[in-house]
Design a protein around this ligand. Sequence first.
Ligand code: ZN
Length: 266
Amino acid sequence: MTDFRPLNAPPPGHDGEHRYVHVIGSTVFIDDRPGEDDWRIHFIGMVDGHAWWAVDVPADTDPSYGAAIDLRRFYGRAPEHQWLAAGRAVQIVEWARTHRFCGRCGAETALAEGERAMRCPGCDLLSFPRLSPAMITLVTRGEPGPEQEALLARGVQWDIPMYSCLAGFVEPGESLESAVVREVHEEVGITVSAPSYFGSQPWPFPNSLMIGFRARYESGEIECDPAEIADAGWFLPGELPMVPPGISIARRLIDAWLAESVDQVK
Ligand SMILES: [Zn+2]
């Protein structure tokens, strides 16, 4: 059985093995020991038939306690469903660490019974784990095939000459499709149409859900927002710059587009 089912409590009658994702800062290692008695643990789900827990390792623990690695490096060292489970562990622990006090009245919170929430004993406010949806989009120009171009951009904060799809957080009150059109226009000054859903990916850096779209070029010339985009351009399938590694949905968007352009040639 190789799967990951996110759950908030072990299924009734589970008598199999337990695994513990130790979360040190935002790094992880997986062990069959639950850590110290007074450390907080959170159930995260069933992985390959085992019950998986997240262990909140206190910040003042000796760094030699375990050989933890960050989530990006964990990718590729474990099957993808285990990487997703470890990402959930980091997000749940980080949420519990940052919701120790009520945002409304300031009282100390406690884990709620029966649901994944922190409850305030003073005013009953429930605080759930935070997820920040972000759209990511591959914009194309021209008819499908080897002459169709894709718009890729390099972020100002990237320290390698890599180009990727455009991405940005969804604003309150906005649909995903509107976010695609707005972000592309803000970041590179062009107008796109026909956003179509591609797929999604949990992105635990620190708590995003990436929602992938394709969109078509409509009008305008590239004009980069210097606060976010160092460079952007139109690229043919055969002339791509350095693109992101396989961990990201950006790469899946680009690879799917490349596969299409090859199919058109056949
Ligand atoms: Zn309160």
